[in-house]
Write a protein that binds this ligand. Structure first.
Ligand code: FES
Length: 289
């Protein structure tokens, strides 16, 4: 039996099976090879057009082989007016490629997106899931060099306070979710309950906005969708909206001082959204509808 056949059989008949199949193929090959999509069509009885429709709808999926490091520059309006075009140009010059391409040594892929949900921090560049706010075109070369050496932190980033650290609480009971005793990235972590397959365990997220760093009671495989709850009142924290990148549910926490921070529930997906608003959030939680 082929590897694709095994993957298809593993998800056959389950809710959201096509996305789960594509997710597993991509985690195996790092992109979606054309042959594998043809085999998925043949084995699931779906049309190839439908499968390509899903694969191209979500930015999470890639139809081209990607580099070891993925560099994504936001070209949304807020980042654009703050100089994102110059940043993309500098990245392209440094890497010798244009947006949408991968370097011949497969080390770097350069991509652009329309908004990363962190407009106040523009121009924003994300490298391997780590957000770099207010990037100047003159800083790009050093950032690429440090990534190639295995340290994607921008020169001086820690020292000059560019990181946006969030103080969050439960939108239902208002209890603080910060865990001072167990920091991540030298900052208090965000402690939540993670529920999957009917079992709950603790999980700590980084309070640095956009950071993919987590620590969890048990290993959570890449691609797994997790249900998040408040550890105090056990409220279900889903905000009822799907992730723009992978379709998994988004979860929302209230920022102390106003606004919400939302994040995708799929392990490995780095989609975050920041809505800094002095008014209390008006969007009801799913459990309140
Ligand atoms: S426009 Fe760049 S993060 Fe929104």
């Amino acid at each position: 039996m082929s590897e694709i056949a095994t993957i298809v059989d593993r998800h056959r008949g389950k809710r959201g099976d096509l996305i789960a199949i594509l997710e597993e193929i991509q985690s195996r090959y790092s992109y979606l090879p054309e042959d594998s999509l043809r085999e998925v069509a043949q084995r699931t009885g779906r049309s190839l057009v439908d499968i390509y429709g899903v694969a191209t709808f979500y930015r999470w999926f890639s139809l081209e082989p990607r580099g070891k490091h993925v560099v994504t520059c936001c070209m949304g309006t807020a980042c654009h007016v703050r100089g994102a075009p110059r940043v993309v140009e500098a990245l392209g010059r440094r890497l010798g490629i244009t947006a949408g391409q991968t370097t011949p040594d497969r080390n770097f892929t350069l991509e652009t997106v329309n908004c990363l949900g962190a407009c106040a921090m523009g121009p924003v560049v994300v490298i391997d899931g780590r957000y770099h706010p207010k990037v100047a075109s003159s800083a790009v070369s050093a950032l690429v060099d440090r990534t190639a050496r295995g340290n994607g932190t921008a020169e001086g980033e820690e020292a000059d306070g560019k990181r946006l650290v969030l103080n969050v609480r439960c939108p239902r009971c208002g209890h603080s979710l910060l865990d001072e005793q167990h920091p991540l990235e030298d900052r208090p972590s965000i402690r939540l309950e993670a529920v999957r397959d009917g079992r709950a365990g603790w999980i700590r997220l980084s309070s640095v906005y956009g950071s993919p760093r987590v620590a969890a009671e048990s290993d959570i495989p890449s691609g797994t969708v997790v249900d998040f709850q408040c550890p105090q009142c056990h409220a279900h924290l889903a905000d009822g909206l799907p992730c723009w990148d992978c379709g998994a549910p988004m979860f929302a926490l209230q920022i102390v001082g106003g606004g919400t921070m939302s994040f995708c529930s799929r392990r490995g997906c780095t989609r975050h959204l920041l809505d800094v608003n002095p008014e209390p959030p008006t969007r009801p939680l799913l459990s309140e509808r």
